[in-house]
Ligand binder design. Structure first.
Ligand code: B12
Ligand code: SF4
Length: 492
């Protein structure tokens, strides 16, 4: 039996579905797994006490540098095999030798991590394990897991050792893997290409398995609301699965939930079935308010009307639409970001998020930015969260970048209070600090969540959860982590 310690920087109220799936798979093969987070645990002591054979990290591009540095400090004190997986390791295999990690894992990790645990336990050389990158050599990928039902149920026990996470009655699930689309700004375009010939990228658990897992989780932990974080939960042409899901989920689970959809997939039929199942809110990407940019750069040749219709349809069926829009896209005019905010306001979402676009590695839009000479490909400079640093693109002036940062918070306020939206846009350049916007963004999020994902709890617990949610948001925008001490400092 090998011991694997997963280290997270900070826990989220979104369960880390990849990590808890890996922990379950390892345990099902007789290994021991623990999950700790730097923001809450002395990870140096945890590593000493647990004495892991493998220390495992899951990283997006942006959070990777923190883990590199933490791993170096840990490796200076203890002996273990270190491995990083997740989007960064997947799309940056060439980073492995300099990262200080003993291995990277590309793509799906279940098979590779189990094999690694066996090798480490047996003292064998892991250099040939498929999906792993060891000593700069990237081994071939194994085929995608065809039958998601064959995976064990995710193991949340270690993650929920944190009372504030366990007591928050919202649970996250992902019931499919892959996406049928390949938008040029999204990691799926690269992922689909990488896995070409290695199985169908879009896979889905059976309805019965989804229901069994949700019911198991709700029996163990207080659960009032479900988050389905699948990239696209319902496609316009897959109503058969949705039809079965709607009937069975309502009858056997009956908990309200939220999910993600593309505007293009929203029909009266999909919205009706979601409503029938008990869906409360649907998250949809608007991405950009300029139809030309949507068609030319985002490969979404869809008119404004179709997007606005999707929001109307969702509302007509009693669901709350939630939007996300990208700011700082390349190729736009000076006013594109403001137009995107205005367009989002017109869609009347129950809550709107605005993200600063980051050209992720290998994505077609990232490559376009590089070819245009507006991005030098310095992915190492990405921050862990989109809200915390300005656009890395050179085509924007410092003043414009500052405005985009302000818009990323104030746009949310504008969409929540449409009557004030023009006033907010007009006053934006006079707002001296980002912090006021952050506070209002947070307040709007709390208010909107009462409609989007309503849960009930005693007042004292609600206040504690509010404090935790505030800490998480503050961390997303302002934390400057110090991996040596494990502490998270803040700069406002
Ligand atoms: C839910 C979600 C979130 C949640 C948190 C999730 C969490 N607690 O883990 C929230 C909302 C907080 C979030 C935040 C952000 N997210 Co996010 N998120 C997702 C989403 C939709 C699902 C993640 C998931 O659970 N996937 C399902 C599991 C099964 O897959 P997985 O995690 O990748 O794990 C598998 C493999 O990668 C691998 N693996 C993963 N970790 C490890 C570790 C080891 C040791 C090994 C061996 C293998 C391995 O094995 C796993 C099982 O096969 C993904 C998109 C996606 N479909 O994955 C985006 C995604 C990961 N997010 C992304 C981004 C950009 C962000 C933000 C920067 C956005 C922002 N607004 O600031 C932040 C950054 C957070 C951070 N610092 O890490 C990008 C990352 C792009 C990149 N190249 O790095 C993604 C891919 C979305 C996209 N379309 O591009 N996110
Ligand atoms: S639909 Fe969403 S998840 Fe799928 S490729 Fe496009 S942006 Fe990515």
């Amino acid at each position: 039996m090998a011991k694997i310690l997963f280290i997270l920087r900070t826990p989220e109220l979104y369960d880390p579905v990849g990590v808890i799936s890996l922990a379950a798979t390892l345990k099902s093969k007789g290994h021991e797994a623990d999950i700790v987070s730097v923001s809450e645990t002395d990870v140096f002591r945890a590593a000493g006490d647990f004495s892991p054979d493998i220390v495992a990290y899951s990283a997006t591009t942006g959070s990777h540098r923190y883990y590199y540095s933490l791993n170096r400090s840990l490796a200076a004190r203890y002996r273990f095999f270190s491995v990083m997986g997740g989007p960064h390791a997947t799309f940056f295999p060439q980073d492995q030798p300099a990262s200080g990690m003993d291995a990277f894992c590309r793509g799906e990790g279940e098979g590779a991590l189990v094999e690694l645990a066996e090798h480490v336990q047996a003292g064998a050389d892991p250099g040939g394990i498929r999906n792993l990158v060891v000593a700069g050599k990237a081994n071939p990928l194994r085929p995608l897991i065809e039958d998601l039902d064959s995976l064990p149920f995710s193991d949340r026990s270690e993650y929920y050792e944190r009372a504030w996470v366990r007591d928050h009655p919202v649970r996250s699930f992902i019931v499919s893997r892959g996406c049928a689309y390949a938008c040029p700004y999204c990691f799926n375009s690269k992922w689909n290409e990488m896995y070409r010939g290695l199985g169908a990228v879009l896979r889905r658990q059976s309805v019965d398995r989804v229901i069994d897992e949700v019911n198991l989780v709700r029996r163990r932990y207080p659960t009032q609301f479900i988050r389905f974080n699948d990239d696209v939960f319902a496609y316009g042409n897959t109503t058969r699965w949705l039809d079965e899901f709607a009937g069975k989920y309502r009858a056997r689970v009956g908990l309200p939930f939220e999910c993600y959809m593309r505007c293009e997939d929203v029909t009266h039929e999909t919205a009706r079935l979601l409503r029938k199942a008990g869906c409360r809110s649907v998250r949809m990407g608007i991405e950009c308010g300029d139809a030309g940019i949507r068609a030319r750069l985002l490969a979404r040749p869809v008119g404004d009307d179709r997007i606005l219709d999707a929001f109307v349809t969702v509302r007509q069926h009693g669901l709350v639409p939630v939007s996300s829009t990208m700011l700082a896209l390349p190729g736009g005019a000076e006013s594109t970001d403001e137009e995107s905010v205005r367009f989002t306001v017109r869609a009347r979402p129950g809550f709107a998020d605005f993200y600063i676009y980051h050209p992720y590695p290998g994505t077609p839009l990232g490559e376009y930015a590089r070819e245009q000479g507006i991005f030098e490909g310095d992915f190492q400079s990405f921050s862990a969260y989109f809200g915390s640093t300005p656009s890395p693109l050179k085509c924007f002036s410092p003043g414009r970048k500052r405005r985009q940062m302000l818009l990323s918070a104030w746009g949310t306020v504008a969409a929540y209070a449409p009557a004030w939206s023009e006033f907010i846009l007009a006053c934006l350049s006079r707002i001296p600090s980002q912090f006021l916007g952050f506070l209002l963004y947070f307040a709007v999020k709390v208010l909107a969540n009462r409609r989007i994902s309503p849960v009930r709890m005693p007042v004292w617990r609600a206040l504690r959860q509010l404090a935790n949610a505030f800490r998480l948001e503050r961390d997303r925008r302002y934390a400057r982590a110090n991996p040596r001490s494990g502490s998270l400092g803040f700069r406002f």
